[in-house]
Design a protein around this ligand. Structure first.
Ligand SMILES: [Zn+2]
Length: 253
């Protein structure tokens, strides 16, 4: 069984973009961790940062528990994730503690500065984690760089509206109900998104995006991913192998 880490900026991002895939991996018996950089301390107009963060840590832990995943918060603050020395060491330490063979993270281009910073930090922490001279704490270095996958940007588009195409789409039909339950655990965000983003219905928006990704591959519900192919990172298709027939390659030529 593989150890798998899904790590994104905020509570609810993993559920939106990879919740169904994580549920399918749980069904196959893999050991899962969901991590968020922040506890979502800016995600409220009514509660102060400490109060809303406490609510959102609980929501995220409940969502993760539905699929038997462990939840970790890195305790950065919203809109304050920067790709610097201290942050890279913190993220590397989280990788060394979770010891994943496979990591999924945010898209390098996305609408939110925290998503883009988290993506770069995770990519670089994967590279740093096996280096013994890169000090992060007491945890031992990883044996090798983990396989790295990128989730879709929100709405599958970059900040200028261009389509960001996935390499492959995962058929999450069998897991869609659980994805919806996991997202529903983030009850505080339904209110926040209505007020701030004008997203009327949190769950309905997720369903619309998940259906749109499924259409690319002829599935009712799908989630898209890209495999990171940078030099020195593992190049084999581990996630595709773990998911087998649930994966459809997308021809982007
Ligand atoms: Zn986010």
């Amino acid at each position: 069984m593989a150890k798998i880490l899904a790590i994104h900026a905020h509570p609810d991002d993993v559920e939106f973009l990879a919740g169904g895939t994580m549920a399918l991996l749980a069904d196959r018996g893999h050991e899962l961790t969901i991590a968020t950089f922040t506890a979502g301390d800016c995600g409220s107009k009514e509660m102060g940062p400490r109060e809303i963060a406490a609510v959102r840590r609980k929501e995220a832990a409940s969502a993760a528990a539905r699929i038997g995943a462990h939840y970790v918060c890195l305790e950065f603050n919203d809109l304050a994730i920067f790709n610097d020395d201290a942050a890279r060491r913190r993220v590397t330490e989280v990788l060394r503690k979770a010891r994943p063979e496979l990591v999924m993270t945010a898209s390098p281009v996305d609408y939110h500065c925290d998503h883009e910073a988290a993506s770069a930090l995770v990519r670089d922490a994967c590279f740093a984690a096996p280096a013994p001279n890169y000090a992060t704490g007491t945890t031992a270095p990883l044996g090798q760089i983990p396989h790295l996958y990128l989730m879709d940007p929100v709405e599958g588009k970059d900040p200028e509206g261009r389509v960001v195409a996935p390499d492959f789409v995962v058929d999450i039909g069998k897991a869609f109900a659980r994805k919806r339950e996991m997202l529903a655990d983030h009850a505080s965000q339904r209110v926040w998104l209505q007020q701030h983003h004008g997203v009327d219905s949190y769950l309905d928006e997720m369903e619309r995006w998940t259906r749109a990704r499924g259409v690319l591959a002829g599935f009712e519900f799908g989630e898209g991913f890209r495999r990171y192919r940078g030099h020195a990172y593992p190049q084999s298709a581990l996630l595709e192998e773990l998911l087998g027939a649930a994966v459809a390659q997308i021809n982007n030529d």
